[in-house]
Write a protein that binds this ligand. Structure first.
Ligand SMILES: Nc1ncnc2c1ncn2[C@@H]1O[C@H](COP(=O)(O)OP(=O)(O)OP(=O)(O)O)[C@@H](O)[C@H]1O
Ligand SMILES: [Mg+2]
Length: 229
């Protein structure tokens, strides 16, 4: 029997904008199994980024709970949150959030350095992953000297290197061409083989159809649609 890695119960998220309540996520209930590769779809403004940020512990729900491996992560202390970020849940942001003072390879190495892993090994691993996203010849560039798509690929490399149990990706292939998007997706498949769980928001219908299944947000609710299975 597959293990449930993520269980979302009665999740609601409202924002207050100019004293008015904006109800984005109304009452989400779903669970995700370990090793699933899932596309998160829905129109622009439907709440995909909002949901990913809640799961990544970057924001708090208005009500409801998020269970990661049966633990309610919303009750976690700062120390526990840091631990989850280092080892369990990583996120690739919609706007890639690279550190401008670090060059490409330093940005990629960061998750491993934070875990105090051996610097030489970090370097080797980073080089491998940079070649995978076709950026070997840009390792010593700073983010400002890269194109939008290249920056996005660095952000992907940085998130993938951590090999956390759950990888959240917010339109990871948004700035990428067809071929590179396909390669990134193939890497997701490799991670799936390693029993990693991947939830990626996308507007790319073709990639969404290649996922195990789709979760689609519409009018504040979420619905599951079967993909290739
Ligand atoms: N801090 C905020 N205050 C008020 N409203 C917000 C805030 N953050 C997000 N929203 C609103 O929540 C809604 C969902 O935003 P979100 O970024 O999650 O959409 P999305 O599905 O990721 O869209 P896209 O496909 O364009 O990236 C939007 O209508 C947005 O205006
Ligand atoms: Mg978004």
């Amino acid at each position: 029997m597959s293990k449930i890695i993520l269980n979302i119960k009665n999740l609601k998220k409202n924002f207050i904008h100019q004293n008015k309540k904006v109800a984005v996520l109304k009452n989400l209930n779903f669970s995700i199994k370990k090793g699933d590769l899932i596309a998160l779809t829905g129109p622009s403004g439907s709440g995909k980024s909002t949901l990913l940020h809640l799961i990544a512990l970057l924001d708090k729900p208005s009500s409801g709970s998020i269970f990661f491996l049966e633990k309610n992560i919303n009750n976690f202390s700062k120390k526990e949150i840091n631990k989850v970020r280092k080892h369990n849940i990583s996120i690739i942001f919609q706007n890639n959030n690279l550190i401008s003072d670090l060059n490409v390879i330093e940005n990629v190495m960061l998750p491993l350095l934070i875990r105090n892993e051996n610097r030489q090994k970090c370097h080797e691993k980073s080089k491998k992953i940079l070649s995978l996203v076709n950026l070997s010849d840009r390792w010593d560039f700073f983010p400002r000297d890269l194109s939008g798509g290249e920056q996005q690929r660095v952000a992907i490399a940085r998130s993938l290197i951590a090999e956390t149990d759950l990888i959240l990706a917010d339109e990871p292939t948004g700035n990428l061409d067809f071929k590179t998007s396909g390669e990134i997706f193939n890497y997701f498949l490799k991670l799936k083989k390693m029993k990693k769980t991947i939830l990626f928001a996308t507007h790319n219908r073709e990639l969404a159809n290649k996922a195990d299944y789709k979760l689609s947000i519409f009018n504040g609710n979420i619905k599951r649609f079967n993909g290739k299975k």
